[in-house]
Ligand binder design. Structure first.
Ligand code: NDP
Length: 313
């Protein structure tokens, strides 16, 4: 195994990781950033981003992430491909293994490994991803103004997305797999009181249908009587939860039952000194590029302060 020492190690290449990199490199901390399993993060599977400030005409997701990367590299961030596969935070400096073959000892670590949307696992979902299939209503809902869409899921996210879409779309069908929802009562009430949301109970998605223009219908199946039917929709939103990419930190970092890292109030500090968490890995509420970038900035400033206080840098 090869070995290397760094001052600031950043894991992940979404808005949080690259923003931390911009700040850390401008503070002369010589950060090394590993891009992880999905270079550029979740925004690379989005089409147009219209709600990131500073892009009045909107920007293509992958292009925006190249802008983030270029900005970080312009100030000297060492951006590398590779996935953190193991950590040891039990002794200082901290150890992180990349791709099972390169061991880094780091004086501070910024974790911005993000979260991944859960998918149903249908081949048609893959086929139409970005052409009608989405996991983010706030990102993509605008493209379905005045149209009919479906939302699958029954948690707070699904209710929130259905309510959000109901303000833009003509009709929103909610596909709920049981005869009740998991969402909080208030979110359910909001759904039930919205005229243009129709809930299908005991319903699973059989197939997402479409053609070269993208999605045009969804075939649903009633689990009680086995009946199938097609409903015409142009958008299909999957809102069945996210999985934070935190498995390798288990046993070291405090996390909630879903695996989101816990940070101190008004801070990105984790329970381990010098280890910070930014972006979706510690945020199940907002999940926006701009909020991730904000916490990435916080993490870099806190790492800088930590290293200065320790006189380690
Ligand atoms: P949840 O895990 O709470 O809910 C996931 C939902 O998806 C469940 O209803 C589940 O159904 C359904 N589901 C899972 N797999 C499938 C499948 N294969 N097919 C169909 N349906 C499926 O995730 P959320 O993202 O909704 O919420 C995560 C956390 O974030 C929660 O703690 C929530 O309270 C919180 N949150 C809070 C918000 C707020 O307060 N404003 C907004 C958004 C999230 P089943 O119930 O049958 O298991």
């Amino acid at each position: 195994m090869t070995q290397e020492n760094v001052d600031v190690l950043i894991l992940g290449s979404g808005p949080a990781g690259y923003t931390a990199a911009v700040y850390a490199s401008r503070a002369n901390l010589n950060p090394v950033l590993y891009q992880g399993g999905q270079p550029g993060g979740q925004l690379t599977i989005t089409n147009d981003v219209e709600n990131f400030p500073g892009y009045p005409e909107g920007v293509n997701g992958p292009e925006m992430m190249m802008d983030f990367q270029n900005q970080a590299q312009r100030f000297g961030t060492d951006v590398r491909t590779g996935l953190a596969t193991q950590v040891d935070f039990s002794s200082y400096p901290y150890k992180v293994v990349i791709d099972g073959q390169h061991e880094i000892t780091a004086k501070s670590v910024i974790i911005s490994t993000g979260a991944s949307a859960k998918w149903l696992g249908l081949p048609s979902e893959d086929k139409y991803n970005g052409r009608g299939v989405s996991a983010c209503a706030v990102c993509d809902g605008f493209f379905y103004r005045g149209q009919d869409v479906a939302v699958v899921g029954a948690g707070d996210t699904a209710c929130e997305e259905a309510t959000y879409l109901s303000k833009l779309c003509n009709k929103v069908y909610m596909l709920v797999r049981r005869d009740e929802m998991r969402a909080s009562k208030i979110m359910q009430a909001r759904v039930m009181n919205t005229k243009n949301i129709e809930v299908f109970w005991d319903t699973e998605t059989d197939e997402i249908l479409g053609d070269e223009n993208g999605v045009n219908a969804v075939r649903i199946k009633n689990k009680k009587n086995g009946e199938t039917r097609e409903i015409p929709v142009t958008g299909f939103f999957v809102a069945i939860g996210h999985k934070p990419n935190s498995d390798i930190f288990k046993g070291y970092l405090d996390m909630d039952e879903a695996g989101y890292l816990l940070t101190k109030p008004d801070s990105t500090a984790t329970n381990i000194e010098g280890v910070f968490a930014a972006g979706d890995i510690q945020d199940k509420n907002y999940r926006q590029a701009v909020t991730a970038a904000g916490t990435g900035c916080m993490a870099a400033l806190e790492a800088e302060r930590y290293l200065a206080e320790k006189e380690l840098a």
